[in-house]
Design a protein around this ligand. Structure first.
Ligand code: PLP
Length: 448
């Protein structure tokens, strides 16, 4: 690229997430300039289908003018205020009320943060605070799952069960343990049925709780469907087996709805798809369609009451962010939720997901694809070829580059190609997306 190009200036100025820094220096990135609906365009006018909705998040699509004017109106009226020390403002109150009304299980209070990582990090802090308030200071251990993704702050990266997020950071922190990932194909034992595997996942969890001492385990964190770990849809019976174990030992259940929340699985929340009974839900991404950074925790009475008692005793809850409940982010989120409801985007997910899932499954007929998995408007196709077996992620990286070349922004999680388009996608657009994926895989198949 030219020395003064944006690509070259990017290489000279930015360190990127999830990129090989040296490789980035050689090849440069794609500079996205604008977006419209499910499409984005780079600075050279090349158009792409945004098959990942950004980072699993732009539910209402790009260029939604209602969100622009919600932001502008709030900016003009009150661009910033905080929610510390009895101060508050209308947008945060309205959004909190809206989330409590939408909650799929009874929830008592909303707490605002700025990112999914901060929401999960805050959940850990509230859980620890609660344990202390209840006079159970030993109850601090948290169990999450191998291949779960919960963020990248020191504590939320510890919850995350992926080597990339631990390696070279001295993580996880010692309070966090990881139980079995519910991926049947790779974790089943010889001859084990899917039902038996689901049951064993719950037995593994119970064994871990018993080995640690149930009185030391405070909470279990999980995504209803694992996203960044490779789109792992739990086997039938998994949640029905897991939840009684948590109940049995009085362990709080935190549903990380950062990807699943607001329609992705074909219900408003993944919690509804799987009949979950979480004590805390963490929300972000589609909450504002990522037009503004915002996240939220919903906490039930079991979590709230001891925290309220404790803050009454000691006078303060020593936690909070400058941007907690930011009025512009809250106003945008509120308008975004109105759009999701008015346009019945959950209904759209139900209407177009059969075609989405059929086209995804059809990819599975290729020699290059060992497995497809998905639900609603989220899915992944796992690639495999012996020529690439020694370097996990190399085939996925190659396919990803080809997808991009052919006009589809995808994301390879090692060799799993993820699909997670905006929830406004139409049936013809689903076909357009998978037509590109098929053509790109044709090219990959003939090139080694
Ligand atoms: N939880 C889940 C399920 C996620 O997918 C993500 C981000 O991808 C996070 C938490 C972290 O969110 P953030 O990147 O906003 O910190």
């Amino acid at each position: 690229s030219l020395p003064n190009s944006l690509e070259a200036r990017d290489i000279a100025s930015q360190l990127h997430s999830y990129a090989d820094a040296r490789k980035q220096e050689e090849t440069g990135g794609i500079v996205i300039e604008r977006g419209d609906g499910i499409y984005v365009e780079d600075i050279h006018g090349k158009r792409y289908i945004e098959g990942m909705a950004g980072l699993w998040s732009v539910a209402v699509g790009f260029g939604e003018k209602r969100l622009v004017s919600a932001a502008q109106q709030q900016m003009e009226k009150l661009p910033y205020y905080h929610t510390f020390t009895y101060k508050t403002h209308g947008p945060s109150i309205e959004l909190a009320e809206k989330l409590l009304e939408m909650a799929p299980v009874p929830m008592s209070k909303v707490y605002f943060t700025n990112s999914g990582s901060e929401a999960n990090d805050t959940a850990i802090k509230l859980i620890w605070y609660r344990s202390n308030a209840l006079g159970q200071p030993e109850r601090k251990k948290i169990i999450s799952r191998v291949r779960g993704y919960h963020g990248v702050t020191l504590a939320s990266a510890s919850l995350t069960g992926l080597p990339n997020n631990h390696r070279s950071f001295d993580l996880p922190i010692p309070q966090v343990l990881h139980t079995t990932c519910p991926h049947y194909r790779t974790n089943k034992k010889d001859g084990e049925s899917e039902a038996a595997f689901a049951k064993r996942c719950a037995e593994d969890l119970e064994s871990m709780i018993l080995a640690e001492g149930p009185e030391t385990v405070a909470a279990f964190f999980a995504e209803p469907v694992m996203g960044a770990g490779g789109v792992i849809v739990p086997p039938d019976g998994y949640w029905d087996a897991i939840q009684p174990v948590l109940k049995k030992y009085g362990i709080l259940f935190v549903a990380d709805e950062v990807i699943c929340g607001f329609g992705r699985t074909g219900e408003m929340f993944g919690t509804m798809t799987y009949g979950l009974q979480p004590d805390i839900m963490t929300l972000s991404k589609a909450l504002s369609s990522s037009y503004m950074p915002i996240s939220a925790l919903l906490i039930n009475d079991k979590v709230y009451q001891p925290i309220a008692d404790e803050s009454h005793r000691i006078g303060v809850l020593g936690h909070g962010y400058t941007g907690s409940g930011h009025p512009v982010a809250a106003a945008v989120a509120l308008e975004n939720l109105k759009i999701i409801e008015e346009r019945d985007l959950v209904g759209n997910v139900r209407a177009v997901s059969p075609v989405f899932q059929n086209r995804l499954q059809a990819l599975g007929e290729r020699d290059l694809v060992v497995e497809t998995r998905g639900i609603g408007l989220i899915g992944a196709a796992e690639l495999h070829h012996p020529a690439y077996a020694d370097a996990p992620g190399s085939l996925g990286g190659k396919a990803n580059a080809e997808f991009h070349k052919q006009g589809l922004i995808s994301r390879n999680m090692l060799d799993a190609m993820a699909f997670c388009p905006p929830l406004i996608i139409t049936e013809p657009q689903v076909h357009e997306m998978f037509d590109i994926a098929e053509k790109a895989l044709d090219t990959v198949e003939t090139s080694h």
